[in-house]
Design a protein around this ligand. Structure first.
Ligand SMILES: [Zn+2]
Ligand SMILES: [Zn+2]
Length: 186
């Protein structure tokens, strides 16, 4: 688990380039901001699409409007736990925790974040090359809004490298250690 952000490993945490993102899109404070492509509901009740957010806003928690079927999708992967808590309550608690994290994974096809053991996984970064990708995915689960067949993901050793390695995002479950990856490209 990350020490700054629960679902982002410390060494995978990257601030945005200040030339592109000089200020927080929620509070407008000038300073270090992190990637956060999301629709949020601001204090005045209006929704706004934002791209960058400061640590202070993340720590306070931001009011995210999730994409149309994201909640319905992830709810399927929550199971009643040992405390016999309702899966929907567990999901809402996990979403509340997730709202305190930046979104470093590139999700050009729509927001996604792997789930395991009733919790969101920790983002670990992207592969540096095809060998690193193959080494990771050998015992990892491919995730497309849910577990998906690995044959549906790309094989860069055969196809050649992607346009950007950040199209691939690696994750790990902080509870069982299981690895997961997503691959989103245009
Ligand atoms: Zn802010
Ligand atoms: Zn797990």
């Amino acid at each position: 688990m990350g020490t700054r952000f629960r679902y982002v490993a410390d060494d995978a945490l990257r601030a945005e380039n200040p030339d592109w993102y000089p200020e927080c899109h929620v509070c407008d404070a000038v300073g270090t901001v992190y990637p956060m492509r999301a629709t949020v509901r601001l204090g005045d009740g209006q929704t706004e699409d934002i791209s960058a957010v400061c640590e202070s806003c993340l720590n306070t928690g931001i009011n995210i409007e999730y994409e149309f079927n994201f909640k319905e999708n992830v709810l399927k992967y929550f199971k009643r736990d040992s405390s016999n808590e309702d899966p929907k309550t567990l999901m809402l608690q996990a979403l509340e925790r997730l709202a305190h994290n930046p979104r470093p994974a590139k999700c050009v096809q729509g927001f996604d974040w792997p789930l395991c053991c009733n919790d969101f996984c920790e983002f670990l970064g992207s592969p540096a090359n095809a060998e690193a990708y193959e080494a990771f995915r050998i015992d990892a689960r491919f995730w497309v809004g849910g577990p998906a067949g690995k044959h549906l993901s790309r094989n860069f050793l055969v196809e050649g490298p992607p346009e950007l390695w950040t199209e691939v995002s690696f994750f790990r479950c902080s509870h069982c250690g299981k690895k997961h990856y997503i691959d989103q490209y245009t």
